[in-house]
Design a protein around this ligand. Structure first.
Ligand code: NA7
Length: 542
C-alpha cells in the first residue's frame, strides 16, 4: 500500500491542475483516472461537433503566463479535439503523466479516524493511503442512458454522446437517430446531418439556443488577447459568471422596447452565453426574461423554413436560461435539409426499440445507429458512484440521501480532509468552470499549507455551518428563475433524485469573496484538529 500526501481522483482539467499545484508544494501526489486517457469530459465527449461554449481564451488555465503565451487557439470556441490536444500539451509540458494512474477507478475511500488518513482502493486492487482526498470527478461525467423497452433487440449501434468510441465513427449512408436536444444533441445535429443519409432528432423539450458566432482566430486577435491576458483573467474572475462580461445594472424593463431590441440584436450574433447578461434581471424576473425569450423565439422561428416544424422547435414551456441553454452552430438550420426529420416525443412518445429501429406512437423508424444525447446524472452522479466512507462508517450516499449538503461547496461534515472541486454548493456549472476549478484548488492549497504550518492533521466541515450554507444556496436560488423549470440544476434530470437546487447561483466573484473571508477569519465553520494530542485548534483570525 503506497502512502501519499494528496490523492486526486479524476484527470480532467481539475485533476491536472490539482496535481500541478500540490506537487509544486512538495506534496507526494497521485491521480487516479478510470479512463484510458486524460481529459475527463473532453476525453469522453468526442462526438461530432463537440465544442466548448466558453471562449477558448477563457476556457484555459491561468496559472502559467508562459502556457498562456505559447498556446495558440485556432477558433473562438475550440472543438473537443483541440481542447484535448491542449490538455495533452499541459500534461507533457508540466510533466504530469508520471503521477497519473490510468484505467484505475477509485472503488472506495475509507477515512481512518485513528490516523486521519484516507485508504483508497482502486478497481485494479491497488491501495493507497493519503492525508488528503481531492475529488475532481466532474459534474457531467456520469452518463444517463434511459432504458427503453426492447432496447436489447436493436441490431444496430447505440452510442452515448458522453461515452463516444475512440475510433472514428462514420455515418456515411446511414440512417441515424439522435435522442435528446440539450447541448450535445444540438451540437452534433448539423454535423451528422451533413454526413448521414437520414437523420431523425427525437426531441422532448425544445431548448433555447444562442448562436455561437464561432470564427477562426486571426494573428492580430491572438496578439491582442495575449498582450493583455492578466487583465482578461481579472475581468473573468470579477464577473459573476467567470466569462468576463461586466456586471450590467440595467433592467430589461427600464428601457423602451426599441432600445431593448437594438441591444438584443447587437448581442445576438456576438455574445454566445453573454446574451443572458444583456440586462441584469433576465434571470431574476419573469417579465424581464419574457423580453429576451420572445426575442430568441423570433430569431429561432426565422431560421426554420417549415411552419409546422417552427411550431415544434421553438421553446415555450420554460424561461430562457432557467435550464442550460445551448450555444449552437447551425442547429435549427439543419432542419431545413430534406434528410433531417424531427420526432416530437411529447406528441408521439417512444413505445419501444425494435430490431430495426424505434417505434413511436406515430410510426416505425428504421435506423443503423441510435445516439443517446440524453445527458448525465449531474453534480452528484460521479461523487456517489464510489463507496466513500467517512467518520463513524457513514457513507456519502447515506449522508446525501436527501440531496447534497456541504460547507461552502468544498467540504462535508463527517468526511475530514475530503476536498470537492466544482461540486454541488459551488458555482460549478453556473460559471466558466475553469475559473471555479482554479480558484477552489488554490484555496485548498492554501488551506493545506496552513494545516502544515499549524500542525493540523484534519480539517472537517461543521454540521451547523453546512446547514447554513445549504440554506444560503437555496436563498440565492430563490432570487432567480432557476427553480421555475425542471433541470439538472435541481435534480429533475434523474427520476427519483432529490429535488434540490445544487449549484451556487451567487456568482464566482461573490463565491470567491466568501471563500477568502472564511480563510481570513481562520476557517469558521470548519473544525481543525491538531496532530499532537488531537486537541481541537480553535480557528483564529489570520
Ligand atoms: P442535457 O443538457 O442534460 O440534455 C439531455 C437531453 O436529452 C435533453 O434534451 C433531454 O430532454 C433529453 N432526454 C433525456 N432523457 C430522455 C428520454 N428518455 N427521452 C427523450 N429525451 C430525453 O445533456 P447534454 O449532454 O446535451 O448537455 C450536457 C451539458 O454539456 C450541457 O449542459 C453543457 O454544459 C455541456 P428533456 O430536456 O429532459 O426533456
Amino acid at each position: 500500500m503506497d502512502a501519499v500526501d494528496v490523492l486526486i481522483v479524476g484527470a480532467g482539467f481539475a485533476g491536472l491542475r490539482a496535481l500541478h499545484t500540490f506537487r509544486g508544494m512538495g506534496k507526494r501526489t497521485v491521480v487516479l483516472e478510470a479512463s484510458a486517457g486524460i481529459g475527463g469530459v473532453w476525453y469522453h465527449n468526442a462526438y461530432p461537433g463537440a465544442r466548448c461554449d466558453v471562449e477558448s481564451y477563457d476556457y484555459s488555465y491561468s496559472f502559467s503566463p508562459e502556457l498562456e503565451q505559447e498556446w495558440r487557439w485556432s477558433e473562438r470556441y475550440a472543438t473537443q479535439p483541440e481542447i484535448l490536444r491542449y490538455i495533452e500539451h499541459v500534461a507533457d509540458r508540466f510533466d504530469l503523466r508520471r503521477d497519473i494512474r490510468l484505467e484505475t477507478r477509485m472503488s472506495s475511500a475509507v477515512f481512518d479516524e485513528a490516523t486521519d488518513r484516507w485508504t483508497v482502493t482502486a478497481s485494479t486492487g491497488q491501495r493507497w493511503t493519503a492525508q488528503h482526498l481531492v475529488l475532481c470527478l466532474g459534474q457531467l461525467s456520469s452518463t444517463k442512458a434511459p432504458a427503453f423497452p426492447g432496447q436489447d433487440q436493436f441490431a444496430g449501434r447505440i452510442i452515448h454522446s458522453g461515452e463516444w468510441p475512440r475510433d472514428k465513427v462514420g455515418f456515411a449512408g446511414e440512417r441515424v437517430a439522435i435522442i435528446g436536444t440539450g447541448s450535445s444533441g444540438m451540437q452534433m445535429t448539423p454535423v451528422i446531418a451533413r454526413e448521414a443519409a437520414h437523420l431523425t432528432v427525437f426531441q422532448r423539450t425544445p431548448n433555447y439556443s444562442v448562436p455561437a458566432a464561432n470564427a477562426p482566430l486571426t494573428e492580430a486577435e491572438d496578439r491582442a488577447v495575449k498582450a493583455h491576458y492578466p487583465e482578461r483573467r481579472a475581468a473573468a474572475r470579477n464577473s459573476p459568471t467567470g466569462l468576463g462580461f461586466k456586471v450590467n445594472r440595467v433592467s430589461a424593463l427600464d428601457v423602451p422596447a426599441e432600445e431593448r431590441e437594438t441591444a438584443y440584436e447587437a448581442a445576438w450574433d456576438r455574445y454566445g452565453f453573454g446574451f443572458a447578461l444583456v440586462y441584469h434581471d433576465i434571470l431574476l424576473s419573469k417579465d424581464a426574461n419574457d423580453t429576451a425569450a420572445d426575442f430568441i423565439r423570433r430569431k429561432i422561428a426565422a431560421k426554420i423554413e417549415k411552419p409546422a416544424l417552427r411550431e415544434k422547435l421553438v421553446p415555450k414551456d420554460h424561461a430562457f436560461a432557467a435550464r442550460r441553454p445551448s450555444v449552437d452552430s447551425g442547429y435549427f438550420e439543419a432542419f431545413n435539409r430534406n434528410n433531417v426529420e424531427l420526432a416530437d416525443v411529447r406528441e408521439a412518445p417512444i413505445v419501444e426499440f425494435t430490431a430495426t429501429g424505434i417505434r413511436t406512437l406515430a410510426k416505425a423508424h428504421a435506423f443503423d445507429t441510435i445516439i443517446f444525447a440524453t445527458g448525465f446524472d449531474a453534480f452528484t452522479g460521479s461523487l456517489l458512484k464510489p463507496e466513500i466512507v467517512g467518520r463513524g462508517g457513514i457513507t456519502l450516499k447515506r449522508k446525501w440521501a436527501a440531496g447534497p449538503v456541504s460547507q461552502l461547496g468544498v467540504a462535508v461534515a463527517g468526511f475530514p480532509n475530503m476536498h470537492i472541486v466544482a461540486g454541488p454548493g459551488s458555482p460549478s456549472l453556473l460559471s466558466n468552470v475553469m475559473v471555479s476549478i482554479e480558484e477552489q484548488i488554490d484555496w485548498f492549497a492554501r488551506l493545506v499549507r496552513t494545516m502544515d504550518e499549524r500542525g493540523i492533521g484534519a480539517v472537517e466541515a461543521e454540521a451547523e455551518a453546512e446547514r447554513a450554507w445549504v440554506e444560503h444556496v437555496n436563498e440565492r436560488a430563490r432570487e432567480t428563475l432557476y427553480m421555475t423549470a425542471d433541470s439538472y440544476y435541481n435534480g429533475a434530470e434523474v427520476a427519483g433524485k432529490p429535488r434540490v437546487f445544487m449549484p451556487y447561483s451567487g456568482g464566482v466573484r461573490g463565491y470567491r469573496r466568501i471563500l477568502e473571508r472564511c480563510e481570513a477569519d481562520g476557517y469558521p465553520g470548519f473544525r481543525l484538529v491538531a496532530r499532537d494530542g488531537r486537541a481541537a485548534v480553535r480557528p483564529t483570525a489570520a
